[in-house]
Design a protein around this ligand. Sequence first.
Ligand code: HEM
Ligand SMILES: *[C@@H]1O[C@H](CO)[C@@H](O)[C@H](O)[C@H]1NC(C)=O
Length: 329
Amino acid sequence: MASNYERHSFSRFLVLLLPLLLQFHSGKSELQLNYYEQSCPKAEEIIKQQVINLYNKHGNTAVSWVRNLFHDCMVKSCDASLLLETFNGIETEKTSQRNFGMRNFKYINTIKQAVEAQCPSTVSCSDIVALSARDGIVMLGGPRFEMKTGRKDSKESYAAVIEDFIPNHNDTGSLVLSRFQSIGIDTEGSVALLGAHSVGRVHCVNLVHRLYPTVDPTLDPDYASYLKGRCPTPYPDPNAVLYARNDRETPMILDNFYYKNLLKNKGLLLVDQQLTSDSETLPFVEKMANDNDYFHEQFAKAVVLLSENNPLTGDQGEVRKDCRFVNTN
Ligand code: HEM
Ligand SMILES: *[C@@H]1O[C@H](CO)[C@@H](O)[C@H](O)[C@H]1NC(C)=O
């Protein structure tokens, strides 16, 4: 007769084995820290070095890496679908109205080439999207944190459904919160993520409705006249590079000036300013405006959640050789 101990350890053995068996069965596995430890030990170092080099040449690349993470991971999965070009029946996501203003995609290829030179066909474009955002955040004076890897790249684009995931610049606060909620990010995390709008720019097409024909009454009057100076006509040519900075005080630093500005009615987009008119979000805005470390902590936590949204792993998807095209073999 088996002793209690033996029965115990056998059932413990089963408990340990079961998830493994299930994993093999579905071909799905988990993201993990240092996924490339064996296959490409320098992967994270190479990516970081490239992010630093690019930042030194074109500071706004770091800003782009942060926005890429949102626009890739929010839409179904962190799978670099964002990077695909229109080719062979695939419609690029890059030209979607929601992705207006995105830039620096060509430098993703620079990072990918540096990684490919060391470790061909090993490191996914989706991990490059994730790690470049993580390292870009550090270049912008944001928090340092660890990020898991092991994402695989999609073989498809979600251009047709982007608007079901990425909110518009003038959507309601409740819609914005529900979109983040649906990927497991709570109200506090959503308020923290929007703090990314502490860096970068907004084109006039996304601002003029707050200025013309009448100025949005929630907008600080001095700030409104500054914005009218930046965007002098109600019908800006979308191709003209007329824009305003997200944060005039520290436009290239990921800090809590975003929240301080909101409390002074100097939010740029409607989705930004609305964070102060909702009693659910206002307390978080106040807390983040008062404490940059707290903002950084919440921002890092929410970025990690965003980066882990529904990844392709194991034998799902592929590792693209060129981030712009699915593999042809
Ligand atoms: C409700 C959610 C959001 C909406 C509606 C939204 C909308 C926008 C819009 C309209 C722009 C300006 C584009 C242009 O005119 O060039 C912008 C810029 C930007 N967004 Fe968001 N955004 C949202 C959330 C986020 C999140 C969660 C992140 C990152 C964590 C992010 C990162 C950025 C960055 C970094 C820029 C500046 C890009 C640049 O200067 O090139 N956004 N966003
Ligand atoms: C939001 O802005 C878009 C343009 O980006 C415009 O077509 C739409 O009418 C606006 N919606 C609301 C509710 O103001």
